[in-house]
Design a protein around this ligand. Structure first.
Ligand code: ATP
Length: 337
């Protein structure tokens, strides 16, 4: 009897419910047994429960240990900490893993196949900002040995497990000598424990240029939180946009899977969002749950649908709707299994 997994499902705001509906179709056609427990976060949670992350949502993730979530909107204005940042901190989801690869049939850079490994708990996301005098504000960048070492360790272990050959630490230690210097010191220390994996370093501005001119030189990118955020979107642009890049936030106890894109309010409700990123995010989650065959089938199905160029949402230059894209992928998954 196959195992039934219990997973928390947070549909989120904006395009979240539309793309999650397509992800659920793919779960059904992959034949994996997942018992989803619905929970709320973001704008919708604020409206329903007067809290952007209700205690019941956190309790659900802690109980199930695994969650998949659509994008959530953090209300704009003072007093609202980013919901994603809060979740990552509260659950100690210290590693943000974002595989970025080119798909056949999507006309962007060919042969890109890299993984972004972003530290998820500190840096300028510490949220420590204050006005020290009228017109002068400070924003504190926090880098610790503990967090830098554990993300480096995760990056190298991931590289080893997934047969990746190289880890590149991205930094600006020529300017931020202490903070980025410590990040590099920790990465170098861990690199020594993995002699079979090549270790290189690159200054962030040069890395951005190199990513645009010769992205195939990269394998695993190891970054602090803010550089990781910016470079993630850059890399998404290399392979066809935010609609195609999945992600996972992983900690020692819990994991929350979510795509890189936000709630895309400009296209919400129009039925034209690309559900591929959340479907590939599902594939990452299936791998984490040990459902390797289903995970591979989902990834191959996405590849085939993109390659066929018959069904594609407007962000990829097509005219199809979000449900049409979801249906095409779900159908392909069924064929492959
Ligand atoms: P956040 O700050 O929450 O990450 P953001 O401001 O970076 O969000 P997104 O919501 O990710 O922005 O959207 C950026 C652009 O990409 C928008 O024009 C949006 O319509 C587009 N976009 C994002 N996700 C998708 C998707 N799944 N399908 C199609 N277009 C998308």
């Amino acid at each position: 009897m196959p195992k039934t997994h219990r997973v928390t499902l947070i549909e989120g705001d904006g395009i979240g419910p539309e793309i999650c509906a397509e992800m659920l179709k793919v779960v059904a056609s992959a034949g994996v047994r997942i018992d989803f427990e619905r929970a709320y976060a973001g704008q919708i949670a604020l409206e329903k429960f007067k809290e952007s992350i209700p205690a019941a949502t956190l309790a659900s993730i802690k109980r199930n240990r695994v969650a998949i979530k659509g994008p959530v909107t953090t209300p704009i204005g003072t007093g609202f900490t980013s919901i994603n940042v809060m979740l990552r901190k509260k659950l100690e989801l210290y590693a943000n893993v974002r595989p970025v690869r080119s798909y056949p049939g999507v006309s962007t850079y060919p042969n890109v196949d890299l993984v972004i490994m972003r530290e998820n708990t500190e840096d300028l996301y510490s949220g420590i900002e204050h006005e020290i005098a009228p017109g002068v504000v400070e924003s504190i960048k926090v880098i610790t040995r503990l967090a830098s070492t554990r993300i480096a360790e995760y990056a190298f272990s991931y590289a080893k497990k997934h047969g990746r050959k190289k880890v590149t630490a991205i930094h600006k230690a020529n300017i931020m000598k202490l903070s980025d210097g410590l990040f590099l010191e920790c990465a170098r220390g861990i690199a020594k424990k993995f002699p079979k994996i090549e270790y290189t370093e690159m200054i962030v501005d040069n890395a951005c240029m190199q990513l645009v001119t010769r992205p195939t030189q990269f394998d695993v990118l190891l970054l602090e939180n803010l550089y990781g955020d910016i470079v993630s979107d850059l890399c998404a642009g290399l392979v066809g946009g935010l609609g195609l890049v999945p992600g996972g936030n992983i900690g020692k106890k819990y994991a929350v899977f979510e795509s890189v894109h936000g709630s895309a309010p400009d296209i919400a409700g129009k039925g034209i969002a690309n559900p591929t990123a959340i479907i590939l995010t599902l594939a990452l989650m299936l791998e984490y749950l040990g459902e390797t065959q289903a995970s591979l089938a989902v990834q191959q199905a996405v590849s085939k649908v993109l390659q066929a160029k018959k069904v594609r949402t407007p962000d990829l230059g097509g005219k199809n709707t979000c449900p049409e894209m979801g249906d095409a992928i779900a159908k392909q998954v069924k064929r492959l299994l």
